[in-house]
Design a protein around this ligand. Sequence first.
Ligand code: SF4
Length: 68
Amino acid sequence: MTTPRARPKRSRPEAKCPLRPDEICNLCQLDVTGPHDCGLVYLVMSDPDQRVEWGERRATAAEARRLG
Ligand code: SF4
């Protein structure tokens, strides 16, 4: 009799912090379980000026990543 093959363990995807490009959410805010209930993310995304700045930073980070 052979033993059934153990299935490879599935890992949970790690949520990235929307405010810090290329970093995973490290739960730096109090009482959060991820970006979906992060108050800081909510504040930034709900403020039009902050959202524009966030977009610019994100584009800069993407450009830096592309250039190496
Ligand atoms: S708790 Fe919020 S600000 Fe902190 S890493 Fe996670 S998503 Fe980013």
